[in-house]
Design a protein around this ligand. Sequence first.
Ligand code: AP5
Length: 212
Amino acid sequence: MFVVLLGPPGAGKGTQAQRIAEATRLLHISTGDMFRENVKNETELGKLAKTFMDRGELVPDEVTIKMLLERIGRPDASAGVMFDGFPRNVVQAQALDDALAAGGNRIDRALLISVPDEELIARLGGRWICRDCGRLYHERNDPPKVAGKCDHCGGELYQREDDRPEVVRTRLEKQKPPAALIDHYRAAGSLREIDGQRSLDAVTASLLEAIR
Ligand code: AP5
């Protein structure tokens, strides 16, 4: 099964993708995590991506699609994937459709998580992430047992550079899923809309129901 998670920055795509990957056999692929890994390792791709990420803008399609296609070409992606943060527009969606079709597959579900702007700002401002395992926390909504430490691996928690208020403003202006992308999946019959302004468990339950 191939599933895409759509939603504005802070909607809960990463958090829910981690939970769904644990509950299913889907491989979690996050283009945001892939870019951050490249930034951390100071690769050429990372240096390029950082110039866009720091401004709250999307990395150019050409670069992003190439990275994603290389990733889904690996054997561990053949049985099923949960895409988090990809696609962001119709060009990326079409590239993904074409690549899956070449292997006789397609996107089975596109899950759109909706959350109002005021809530997104509060979520991004309070987000903490484990430096070692990538587990996501929120200082108010989903805090770690010990402040600054990951419950799962004991790693140090950090806040993302692009969660600064001025960058968040640009991300919310420029990175909400465009209507044409939503229509792309609605026309294919795979779109399901999920109310993301509920508890983490309630959202997970709705997403799993939409997949099963
Ligand atoms: P990316 O990492 O994908 O960022 P994003 O889309 O802005 O999404 P976020 O990761 O910020 O939010 P999320 O929806 O995953 O929410 P989360 O689960 O963390 O991309 C980063 C950058 O990389 C982009 O800006 C762009 O430059 C580049 N990029 C990536 N993909 C690209 C692409 N395809 N094309 C071009 N460029 C690309 O949750 C947020 C917080 O809320 C957490 O603290 C969490 O604990 C909390 N929370 C979650 N759900 C709930 C809930 N139900 N109730 C209460 N709190 C909740």
